[in-house]
Every structure is written in C-alpha cells, then in structure tokens.
Write a protein that binds this ligand. Sequence first.
Ligand code: HEC
Length: 134
Amino acid sequence: MRKSLLALAIGCIALPFGLAAQSNVNLPQDKGPNSVNVSAYPADQQKNYKVFVDKCAKCHTIARPINTSMTKDEWSRYVKRMMHKPNSGISDTQGKAIFEFLAYDQEQRKDKNPKAFFKALSDEEIEKLKAGGN
Ligand code: HEC
C-alpha cells in the first residue's frame, strides 16, 4: 500500500518532466505486429535493426514505425524529428543506423506489400486523435 502510494507520488512528479515527450495517443499502426523477421537481411542491417528496436520503443510501441510506410526522404526527416524530441537519447551515429534500417526495410518489406501498412498520419490527424480522448 505504502509502496504504491510512493510510486504514484513519483509518477505524478516525474510525468510533467522526464516523460514530456512520451506519446500519449494510440495510432492505428500501434496495433500491428511488433517485430520484423530480419533473419534474411544482411548482417549490418540486422545490427541496425537492434539499434532501431532499442531506441525507437522508448516513447511509443515499436509497432508504430514497424507498421508505418514512408518514402526514404520522409524516413530521413522523421528519424531526425524523433532524435530532436526531448530525452530521445539517440546519437547521430545511432540515428544513421536506424535510418539505414528503415530505408532498407521500406524497400524490402513495405514497398512490396503497400496495402499491409499505414501511411504516416499528418500532425493534424494526430491532434484530432488526441482530442478524441484516445
Ligand atoms: C522521445 C520520444 C520518442 C522517441 C525516442 C521516438 N518517438 Fe516516434 N513519436 C513520438 C511522438 C511524441 C510522436 C507523435 C505522436 C504523438 O504525439 O503521440 C511519435 C510518432 C511517431 C510515428 C508516427 C508517424 C505518423 O505521423 O503517423 C512514427 C512512424 C515514429 N514516431 C517513429 C519513430 C522512430 C523510427 C523512432 C526512432 C528513431 C522514434 N519514433 C522514436 C515520440 C518519440
């Protein structure tokens, strides 16, 4: 009982600070599969995949990027955008590895089967989902 009260108190204090960038909305792509079978990918892409899984699941489920389809240019911009979020904890080298993986995976897996993936939502669409109490 005391422990849970303490956890609650810490949560209330920590939330507005450290976790400010935590995604607080569920997007349609969050519900899809949360892993990629990379066993047939080249060794360096398998390494990049590990960085991606490690770094891009901090604020939302890893299913979000796994089930989102974008062009390479959009991924490049998007990885930078995520890197610049407060407390993202992603270095330039890691960002580059993550982009390499996303670009390769886009071509290998997503572009071949576009209907299975979600297009990125616009900021307006995300705001609407948030306002809807999602
Ligand atoms: C610091 C927190 C944080 C980290 C780390 C992070 N994201 Fe995000 N991500 C967000 C937030 C916030 C949103 C916007 C939606 C929202 O407000 O919930 C988002 C949205 C997304 C979307 C949805 C795009 C759309 O418009 O439909 C994708 C894809 C995504 N992130 C990919 C990534 C990738 C790839 C990484 C790793 C490079 C990553 N995220 C790391 C916080 C983060």
